[in-house]
Design a protein around this ligand. Structure first.
Ligand code: NAP
Length: 239
């Protein structure tokens, strides 16, 4: 029986790269999506072609809807009895300083980037009792840049939750994080934006999605590591 992992926001970009990497390692991957149904179906088909003995099923959920998040483990796809791992990857990334942040905007950014992972971690532990969780963070969790205040505060909370949950849920559940640096330009930003960010990193290197996926894999597969955050960021956190 293949170990099974649920990846949130798995249809595109970093999530899809993690899905491909873990599928190649032998995982059954449950692909969560919100709007990207076509991309999720395409990825599932691609993976089924490569690994026909597995299903790569889909689950749709709007993670800004707390009731839907709380119910997600009760409506896993047919044939998925148990999850061994959870990757909290889905995210929103909207700009705005503290001054520009309305209550509604703060709640929205917190809902997807912090509340959803919080209740998915809680639900995973209550439903399956053991396994491993990886939270996708951001190299900027150690900084105080205010360009994306609500997003960054949510990710800082998620970094703190990673360590707190690692304590509370040991020895049965390990909880770790990966903090990426510049991997892909954010939606609506081009390669020029990314190139400028990459130039400022110590390694002057765009972080490869494969390197992010390999960091996730390391944390999933190393039974001695919990409460750890791997900064896969071309050294950005050092600045
Ligand atoms: N890209 C980078 O350079 C970078 C840098 C630092 C940190 N990170 C972190 O790494 C992770 C992956 O990055 P990414 O750039 O690949 O992320 P992304 O493209 O911005 O978002 C990933 C997925 O999140 C899902 N999502 C957004 N709102 C949702 C909602 N309300 N309900 C359910 N799903 C929702 C979307 O799914 P649908 O498309 O299905 O709607 C989207 O495809 C994120 O946690 C991000 O913060 C990335």
């Amino acid at each position: 029986m293949n170990p099974t992992v649920l990846i949130t926001g798995a249809a595109r970009r970093v999530g899809a790269a993690i899905a491909r990497f873990l599928a190649d390692e032998g995982w059954e991957v449950v692909l969560h999506y919100n709007h990207s149904r076509d991309e999720a179906m395409q990825l599932s088909g691609e993976l089924r072609q490569l690994y026909p003995e597995r299903k790569f099923p889909l689950v749709q959920c709007d993670l800004s809807n707390t009731d839907a998040v709380l119910a997600i483990f009760n409506r896993l796809p047919d044939g998925v009895e148990k999850l061994d791992a959870l990757i909290n990857n889905a995210s929103t990334f909207n700009s705005g300083g503290i001054q520009e942040t309305s209550p509604e905007f703060l709640r929205k950014e917190m809902a997807v980037n912090f509340e959803a992972p919080f209740f998915l971690i809680q639900g995973f532990v209550n439903t399956f009792g053991m396994g491993v969780i990886v939270n996708m963070l951001d190299t900027k969790v150690v900084k105080n840049e205010g360009t994306h205040a609500a997003y960054l505060l949510a990710k800082k909370n998620l970094a703190a939750l990673t360590r707190m949950a690692a304590m509370e849920f040991a020895p049965n559940v390990r909880v770790n994080g990966v903090a990426p640096g510049p991997v892909l330009p954010p939606p609506r930003k081009g390669n020029d934006y990314l190139r400028a960010v990459i130039e400022k990193t110590p390694l002057k290197r765009q972080v490869d999605v494969e390197d992010i996926a390999a960091s996730v894999s390391f944390l999933l597969n190393n039974p001695s590591v919990t409460g750890q955050v791997v900064f896969c960021d071309s050294g950005s956190h050092l600045l």
